[in-house]
Design a protein around this ligand. Structure first.
Ligand code: NAP
Length: 248
């Protein structure tokens, strides 16, 4: 039996990296997948075909999660196309790293809007179909940086810490309606982006992780499958660190 058989999932920011990995794993587990992208139009179109090859329904939407109205329109479109939404993965995110001394108001606002306001926008819209069907699982992509902070990432860390407070509050508000809300805090996950970094620097990071390796997109996707599935039916308001023991 597939873990997400017949479930309808919405994943934001799935054209690359972790979101793309989650979309593929969800489809493999039998979920019908609606996903978004913003600038990577071709990659989004390719992913749609790859997901459909699993024999599930899949559709990509170009939508800015940071835009309140666009998020509402997105959720309405997904409900029209798929019928409802059982699982929502708020994954879309960006970085604009720099020291506080050099950080512009724009760099602060862009990160807070794309990472934190987006989670509010999409969750607020998605709670309607979930309330109607009296079930749902919302999974928000935070970061270990949101738990412990990181020099040069005060905007990013604040957005990811904000996600944790939001997640716990939504879990408390919607628990009585059988809607669960959890966060995942990935550590250092090796993606195409990190492949471009200096190998010596990356090796240093790996050595500081108890499991002695960077995480994979699949490591994060597997935790997301668990939180999306009925295997986690009694888990809400939690943060799962997927970080190889980095936060221990
Ligand atoms: P990534 O490779 O840069 O991919 C980010 C995705 O988000 C892309 O699909 C991008 O779409 C989309 N996106 C960005 N802004 C958007 C917006 N306003 N509306 C809709 N989609 C938007 O990043 P990643 O490494 O996979 O990270 C995914 C999530 O995990 C992020 O929230 C990140 O903060 C978190 N995370 C990552 C790591 C890590 O080590 N990689 C660690 C901890 C947490 P387009 O390409 O179309 O613009």
């Amino acid at each position: 039996m597939k873990l997400l058989e017949g479930k309808i999932a919405l994943i934001t920011g799935a054209s690359r990296g972790i979101g793309r990995g989650i979309a593929l794993k969800f489809a493999e587990q039998g979920a019908n997948v609606a996903f978004t992208y913003l600038s990577s139009v071709e990659k989004g179109q390719e992913l749609e075909k790859e997901l459909q090859a699993f024999g599930v329904k899949a559709k990509g939407y170009r939508s800015d999660a940071a835009d309140f109205k666009a998020a509402e329109e997105l959720v309405n479109a997904v409900v029209t196309d798929f019928g409802t939404i059982d699982v929502c993965v708020n994954n879309a995110g960006i970085t604009r790293d720099t020291l506080l001394m050099r950080m512009s108001e724009q760099q602060w606002d862009e990160v807070i809007n794309a990472n934190l306001k987006s989670v509010f926008n999409v969750t607020k819209a998605v709670q309607k179909p979930m309330l109607k069907q009296r079930k749902g699982s919302i999974i928000n992509m935070s970061s270990v940086v949101g738990v412990k902070g990181n020099g040069g990432q005060s905007n990013y860390a604040a957005s990811k810490a904000g996600i944790i407070g939001f997640t716990k509050s939504v879990a408390l508000e919607l628990g009585s309606r059988n809607i669960r809300c959890n966060a995942i805090a990935p550590g250092f996950i090796e993606t195409e982006m990190t492949a471009a970094l200096d190998e010596k620097v990356v090796e240093g990071w790996r050595n500081n992780i108890p499991l002695k390796r960077g995480g994979t997109v699949d490591d994060v996707a597997n935790a997301t499958i668990f939180l999306a599935s009925d295997m986690s039916a009694y888990i809400t308001g939690q943060v799962i660190n997927v970080c190889g023991g980095m936060l221990t």
